[in-house]
Ligand binder design. Sequence first.
Ligand SMILES: Cc1cc2nc3c(=O)[nH]c(=O)nc-3n(C[C@H](O)[C@H](O)[C@H](O)COP(=O)(O)OP(=O)(O)OC[C@H]3O[C@@H](n4cnc5c(N)ncnc54)[C@H](O)[C@@H]3O)c2cc1C
Length: 492
Amino acid sequence: MSKIAIIGGGFSGLSAACFIAKQGHEVTLCEKNESLGGRARFFSELGFMFDMGPSWYWMPDIFEDFFAQFGKKSCDYYKLVQLDPGFQVIYGKDDVLQIPARIDDIYEVFENIEKGSAAQLEKFLAEGAFKYKVGMQHLVYKPSFSWLEFAEKEVITGAVKLHMFQSVSDYVRKFFKDERLVMLMEFPVLFLGAMAQQIPALYSLMNYAALSLGTWYPIGGMAEIPKAMEDIAASYGVRFMTGCEISKINIGTKKAISISSKIGEFRTDGVIATGDYHHTEQHLLEEQYRNYDEAYWDKRTLAPSCLIFYIGVNKKIKKLIHHNLFFDASFENHAREIYKEPKWPDDPLFYACCPSKTDMSVAPEGMENLFLLVPVATGLEDNEAMREKYFGIIIRRLEGFCGEDILNHIIFKRSYCIKDFAKDYHAYKGNAYGLANTLRQTAVLKPTLRNKKIKNLFYAGQLTVPGPGVPPALISGQLAAGQLLNYLNTKQ
Ligand SMILES: Cc1cc2nc3c(=O)[nH]c(=O)nc-3n(C[C@H](O)[C@H](O)[C@H](O)COP(=O)(O)OP(=O)(O)OC[C@H]3O[C@@H](n4cnc5c(N)ncnc54)[C@H](O)[C@@H]3O)c2cc1C
């Protein structure tokens, strides 16, 4: 039995801990914050329960695959419901598109907007289904140390159909002309952290996930997922140390690793570091053991940060549903202000999540739990005055759409932005979603999962493979665990 340390208690750290402990190793997970979940932590105030980060539960199959590895199902831990409508896109006060759960109803919605688009969507989703299948079965579960890993029959013969070298933007425009449909189809890749012009059309598999596999929600909130993972890890004996920030990864003689925190130094047989990769390398490791230098990181394309407001409202708001995308401003301008000319947006798009529409447990009776999010560039100056300015802008837009007073019914409000991401998670430049999935930052071209100089040190999380998002973070932890287990097996 080996002694393994996992740094970080987000999805990737919890996932890695479960897989390693299941093989009988002694696993200690150290998390700097007082609670587990990482970017998916939650807090409660005045009877409201706020998920702090993710709110979209897409690709339920990936979650089930994770639970199945431990003989479990998601329903052993939480009740999953499919949202219907899955979400709504607000293009203007009276111009709203709701996306139903049933695929035939989605075809009808498309056809009503653009003649012939139902047939186009069917074709688009069939191609998306192929990409999803190949992506999940042959691409994302690879550690990505070499392109040869991808030299499989399905990938080679299907290469043309994967559309790796075409952008999502060009691809979507081949199918749809109406700008509202184009925006709708480009929106899922925003999760991947770059403009649709920069993301390979392979990732249109996200549309398949959004429209064909549906939008789901775990009753109790997204925080139910890390709680379930903590339960599994604990059942295999993982020891959790919260409020335990690792300040150094020490490499000793014969490359033995120990980690230091204010509690002391702890010797290990292997480490998986799942905190933000840049912080781990630049601040915890001595220079000679780092994979990358500061100049490398500076050249990476980061996914955005965001300005978030967690809000408790003492009444119900009629026109909102669970997920509301306010696309009533220029998508192109906002994307440019995130990725090309980083600055606070002139006229932001924003997202309003209202989980109390589905789940009575996240707000007191008769009240509404609101999560408002404006994507912004990383590294911007973040201060209270700026946050308040944007709060004013989006609350007016929200009230305008809903046609009712919301501001005077707010009984709880907390903001969260770049400075908080940096302080709470050591996020490089205050990123929220890690590293963008551009073509130059895909698979082998991402920061690697293994330390090239220390054989028993691995990385996991949204800045390495396979990329940002909850399902990729689960997979990343699994991949790093697999590599460390290989190392332990060959050593013995
Ligand atoms: C606002 C927001 C909304 C999102 N929405 C969605 C969504 O709807 N759907 C979706 O799929 N994804 C979403 N994502 C992305 C998703 O949440 C992340 O990709 C995922 O949670 C990342 O998990 P992780 O384990 O890589 O990192 P983290 O969750 O950041 O976990 C890393 C952990 O390491 C800890 N740590 C760092 N340094 C140290 C140290 N020195 N010592 C000890 N601990 C340390 C950190 O405190 C942190 O808890 C969203 C993210 C954000 C921020």
